[in-house]
Design a protein around this ligand. Sequence first.
Ligand code: ATP
Ligand code: MG
Length: 487
Amino acid sequence: MTTIDPTHLRLLTMVPAVLLGVAAVVATVWLAAHVVRYLLADAEIRPAIRVGWRIRYSWRRTAVRVGLVQTEHVRPPSWSSRPQTVVVRRELVPAVRVRARRWGVEVDASTVGRLGLVEFQHAAGHLADAWRVPQVRVAQVRPGLVRLRALLVDPLTQPTAWDGQTTTADHLETWSAGVDADSQPVTIRSSGVSGVVVAGLAGFGKTSLLNARFCQLAPSPAVQFVLIDGKGGPDYDDLFVRAWLAAKDDPEQVRDHLVRVHELMTGRQRCIRAVLGVKNVWHVGPSASWPLVVVVIDEAHTFFNESKGTDVESKKRDAVARQTARLVEELVRKGRNVGIQVILATQKATGDAIPTRIRDNCQVAVSFAQRTSEAATAVLGSDITGFPDEHPRRLQDPAYIGVASMVAEGRPGFTLVRTPYVSDATADRIAADTAGLVRDPLRLLADAAGATPPSDEDREGGGSFRQEHPAALPASSPPTSGEELRR
Ligand SMILES: Nc1ncnc2c1ncn2[C@@H]1O[C@H](COP(=O)(O)OP(=O)(O)OP(=O)(O)O)[C@@H](O)[C@H]1O
Ligand SMILES: [Mg+2]
């Protein structure tokens, strides 16, 4: 029989005490690191750090309580001493990574089995109660990863200002709309887009968003504007200097401008292959000689109001509204490949305000705050009901002025975007500085096709671009000419 040396015995009895000591040192260092990090942090972020601790250390218990747990029945692992016939019950809780942010706590959770975006969305209210925060927002970052935002302060409520970016070719292809809740830039597709609807309650930032787009595009010679302000107020007065065509709330003038844009569209349709060598301008990109024509119609509903009266004046107004609606519909349906883009802003995007045949053909939709689900669905489509966090009804608080819900480029579902505020002074200065870039796209087209455009007298006298310049514009006649629409 072997005997243990008393010295070894003494050492062996010390092992638990040593392990305990090491564990105590590690715990103390770890705690000290946390305390030091906390003390070094800004006073602003400390509440978020405290909530982060609470979330991290109670996560397993909270997840089980709010139903974010998946139970499965499995055989014991092969190395277990239990017989393989036994069935073991296992509870799977999504793994989380917790980070304190200035606005609250960001919790990245891995999806598990049937626990995905929808289950987290359903649990969001309970998580907010458990974590004692005003709101928890849920979004899918990528397959397998859901991001929860426990908001102490909603980052989207922090206004941002236009940073004075100057134009790049990129702005023609994509529209920098603003930043998301993580301050990441959000873009909207512009290339190949012929129709955009911007809707929202009065005073929530529609015109400011259009101003921002104007400021992005105005310095580019590859863009010409048609600016129409249905409000008839001074909002656009100083921007008109950078516009090829401009009008306020005079329905007949607006109709006539749209007839000219329509004429441009049909002229371009006939010439595009001969001039650009392609069937779609977006394959080569807009240029100074073939500019993107952006038609902004603010308070667009003003021009689609059909009058029901039977007196002569009402009938005349009704006829103009119908012509305007038909012109806009054609521009949205057919303007895409020739570089014509119509942006309609309206307080109401329901069918009684904007004809559905126009609204539903717009490829891009942006909604600021809305009072009703119907109004939100009218702009963004019925899919928005599946995104309660991004629903425009949640944006009715004045803190969300300038925040819009939209389908952004390269992102699944809907995204809430803080749009930059552009002061009138900035937009006016950019318009004045770039006023020299205004050109008549009809003339540019005629020049490119080797002919001159019709004069105003020609137009008044019933002559059309095609009839006057048969050589420039091949014979294939468009389905609806500007002249027909004017009638
Ligand atoms: N992105 C923004 N950030 C901060 N404040 C904004 C923003 N956009 C607009 N505002 C504020 O809201 C006010 C109203 O904005 P804007 O004129 O763009 O609203 P609107 O939706 O066009 O309203 P209406 O339907 O009455 O024309 C602005 O004067 C400005 O003070
Ligand atoms: Mg406005």
